[in-house]
Design a protein around this ligand. Sequence first.
Ligand SMILES: [Zn+2]
Length: 94
Amino acid sequence: MSYNNDELNWVYDRTGGYCFYCGIKLAFVNYGKVGNRGCWEVDHFIPLASNGAHQPYNWVPACVDCNTRKSNLLPWHFMPDRFSQGERDPENYL
Ligand SMILES: [Zn+2]
């Protein structure tokens, strides 16, 4: 997936620049630059593999570690203590 600069800005600002999952500070300029401090990626809250939408409401900023560990897991399987089963809107957890 590729994102234009407006989309990346929107996703990053959604959390004020922190990983949606673990809360680590992300560096906007290090988007996709694995190995760089604050590197981040766009995660699909509901994975595409589970019919999640490739739409802004389903995009959250994630550090590489979280995005890798989450992989194709549904959010309530990735973090069962945080996300309610069937929850499809990350807006409820911002
Ligand atoms: Zn993280």
